[in-house]
Write a protein that binds this ligand. Sequence first.
Ligand SMILES: C[S@@+](CC[C@H](N)C(=O)[O-])C[C@H]1O[C@@H](n2cnc3c(N)ncnc32)[C@H](O)[C@@H]1O
Length: 194
Amino acid sequence: MEEALLRLEALRSDALKGRDPTVCGETLEVLFRLAKGTERILEIGAAECLTSIGMHLVSGAAVTAIERDGERAKRARENIAAFRLEKDVRLIEGDAAEVLPCLEGPFDLIFLDGPKAQYRRYFSECKRLLGRGGVLVSDDVLLYGWVKGEPPKKRKMLAEHIREYLAMLEADPDLETEILEIGEGLAVSKKTGA
Ligand SMILES: C[S@@+](CC[C@H](N)C(=O)[O-])C[C@H]1O[C@@H](n2cnc3c(N)ncnc32)[C@H](O)[C@@H]1O
């Protein structure tokens, strides 16, 4: 596994230079900690599946990954094949809004890292798919300080979407949510209720 994680790190450093980059090291550490001991993981907005592959490597969990962009999905399939993980990491190419209602839970860990303006829309499906005791991790919930502070004019709508999403998480009686100030902000929500 050590060797596979080193290979993955090399791919991650290339991906970190791209547009819509892969998660930063601190976020990955949190995900790896939460992934350990899980059996089923879902990643929404998986790009090249580097984070999905990593979460599988540290946990042995079966991972389902959703990615809409055709080019990224192609590279994701190549990465999955290069690590010989076709049986363990399942990539679904498609729009998360259409794919999520077709999935069956429960998942122990859901990593939400797709389009930020759609988080509210995905929320009820994420909650349905999350098992009791499971954890929903939502990335970029503080987005360059725009969510707590004053966003540039063009980003006001996006910041408002995320504020409303955070309010939904925090008001939900079935979730216990903690906001970590790492990367662009990570919401970690444990499902304690039904
Ligand atoms: C920040 S990147 C994801 C990085 C990835 N989670 C990782 O850690 O390597 C966001 C991804 O969401 C994908 N995406 C955007 N809209 C989507 C949608 N409606 N359904 C599924 N994926 C979508 C983008 O193509 C992009 O690859």
